[in-house]
Design a protein around this ligand. Sequence first.
Ligand SMILES: [Zn+2]
Length: 501
Amino acid sequence: MLYADLIVTNANIETVTQGRADAMAVRDGKILAVGRTEELLKLAAPKTQIEDLQGKTVLPAFIDAHMHLITAGLRETGFHLDLSECSSLEEALERIRSRIQATEQDRWVIARGWVETLWPERRYLLRQDLDRVAPHHPVVAIRVDGHLLAVNSRALQKLTVTPRPDEFDEAQGLLREETAWALLQQLQPSDEQLQEAVLAAARLAHRLGVTAIHDIVKPAHIRAYAALHQKKRLPLRVYFNPEVKYLESFIEAGLRTGFGDDVLKLGAIKFFADGSIGARNAALYEPYQDADTTGQLNYEQNELNRLVKRAHDHGFQIMIHAIGDRAIDAALEALAHAGASAERRHRIEHAELVTPEQLQRMRELGIIASMQPNFVQWSGPGLYYEPRLGRERDSRICPHREVLAAGVRIAFGSDGMPFGPLHGIHWAVNAPHAAQRLSVTEAIRLYTLGAAYASFEEDVAGSLEPGKRADFIVLSHDPTNNTKTINEIRVERTYLAGEKL
Ligand SMILES: [Zn+2]
């Protein structure tokens, strides 16, 4: 007889696949049995730890299928000062001022996330503003979209990049595009800082009930994950998805999707077919409501076809960021051309303006819709989508209900906006439009089993069944009880491979 290391009893366990149960036994990091308390207590040996949960709700730990963990981590460690919540230019400057006071002279302060459209001042941060609060420290303040940044005079003195004249306004201290990115390259975090960022973000993930993520990465991020994993210090399962510009290195090294282990695994190759609705560069068929443009595709179709096929032929899963309806067609065209089929599980990321015809094609090609239910927080009159797209397109943005009805699989993730599955589930359940709305059970399933399927791990993760990973969470309340306040539920405990974090 196999005895359990841990038995949770008197719980309200949502197994996701087998209905509810009230006890679960764990051995060697895996689930040994799920069932009734009095039955499972027979698996107890003297050393077995027994936890009486007094009716608390247990779910499989969440898997976030679209994340940028390092960005969250650098904010957590303070490497980046977050300005995204500032409601005025003055407030942003105040934050920078207090950070300056806690920073050694001449050390860089890197602030990011400001959005002048949300401010009453309605103008960019400028060199003169920053000089006022930071006369002795070099300061760079990155706009939310990453395409524009403001620097102060001290930063200009320390600039080692040669600005392109058309991308540099010295008087106002504004840098754009390539010049901006060249400066940011100079300010990259060290390997040590990246590892600290991963650990800080992992602690945040645990507080949010997340034990696994599908992360979009650059080589330095992989280096940080690999170094921590080698030291047995990576407390999060990471399915890492490199951007397509690194494809040739992976092909040359003979690596492909699935390489790695149950903690750190190579995932898909990430493409960007278009931009975002906020920046009006998501590619649409009909023009934006508030500007005379239809956005833009990032690739010529032939080039996208060629690259996607190359990755597909070398054994890679493919994930294509495609937000606008025109970009989704470009992505589908390239995936079909490459020979997409259900067993390859290629993915479209976001798929915000997906049409019924496109959903049919996705089902035929076995393509997963990797969606972010938190995005519907910006749907509805006067919010983010409606002024850009008009009322009709707003009502069918992020149509989770329609996607499922078409027989297309969904994986839920957050894109870090914000990180936190319960927040996303809250919005999927309380979405403004019927086409977006899901039941609590459906939304939980997409943030667990749906995400596990998107990394080929549905046999070992995503539900609470014997033989699967013992990754689970304990909630303060049952989300099916009061569906209007799911975003107020706290994750009280998170377990990774049967260990409480
Ligand atoms: Zn993203």
